[in-house]
Write a protein that binds this ligand. Sequence first.
Ligand code: LLP
Length: 391
Amino acid sequence: MEYINNELCLGPLKKRLLPLCANYMRPIYVYDLDFISQRFNAMAKALSGVRLFYAVKANPNQQVLQHLKKIGAGADVVSLGEIKRAMESGFSAHDIVYSGVGKTRHEITEALKLGILQINVESLPELERIGAIARSLGKKAAVALRLNPDIDIKTHPYIATGLKDNKFGMELSLIPDLVACLTKYSDSLELVGFSLHLGSMMMEFSGYEEALRKLKPVFVEMQKKFPTLKRFDFGGGLGIFYDRLDLELEESLLRDYAKITKDILSDLNCELQAEPGRWLLAHCGALITEVQYIKKTSAKDFVIVDAGMNHLIRPSLYEAQHLIMPLKKTTETMKVDVVGPICESSDFFAKDITLGQVQEGDFVAIMDSGAYGYSMASQYNMQELPLEICI
Ligand code: LLP
């Protein structure tokens, strides 16, 4: 993001944002498809040989999905809704990996009928349920075991998933029971993979490395029992900087991540898979909102905009700090809280920040909101959902 002729521009092709506001009605999420290509290609290059299954939950916009399919992504989904959205956007069942701790009978049945490439199983009762449903359908379910290595990646507790007190994945001590269940359902379950996802916003990789080292010998042992075991899915979770745009440093972190992955896993006799979401999408989107009021109190000054926590919940939920930039460059600045119209004090985008001087009717962009923005939006307070525009 940078200003050209005093206008904020997005992405490598420096696309202008102000024209999108010509007939402004309500907050707009804008996504730059060329920027998505750039991120995807960078990751595909660093992780060459790894099949990338884009985590649809980050941004299920249909044009975004169509674009990712076109440039070579698979899809990682966590519900029947996401399966349908992915397939409507051009992904075939063979492009889809299905994760999630709470898959219902109906969801499993539909996934099996569709012939989803791989179901990442998160508990013993789920494996049992998939085995029984597949048997009743006369199908063989391709399953991967999501293992929880009990490792801390030092992220916000709400997005950590690889610790033993998290609901995700299965403890290694459960393996004998999993083997028994796979054997019991040998007619309807086929073990095809291991999967791992330690959490989101991983910025250093010592925990990740430890997890790969822990799972590798387990994989080798399991492969002796189950020769069909042929994939290792090392999940998503690679983080980005929200406080600055430093794509070079991010690409160097990506290279470190890729090197650790390949150093440890490349001599396994298997295919490698990943499930990135945020790294591909976050920088490629912004939420544009209009300043409604500048409200001054004896304690502080507020910039009240028409987007709220219902449109972008990350600051309220994870204390995430997104940069906020006026669409028109300013020379003066102001020290303010940027807040929305929702009737809660948790409805803020930033506190005590230095913002370019804006006034009523100006537009600002809340940056890096291409991932987990619209996909987590609600209509709380009966506010309308934002518009979405791909450029
Ligand atoms: N695979 C699985 C099984 C996941 O649960 C997730 C994210 C991903 C892949 C993709 O992770 P990513 O590469 O995007 O970090 N709403 C939160 C993030 C929640 C992540 C949930 N799972 C946020 O806005 O920070």
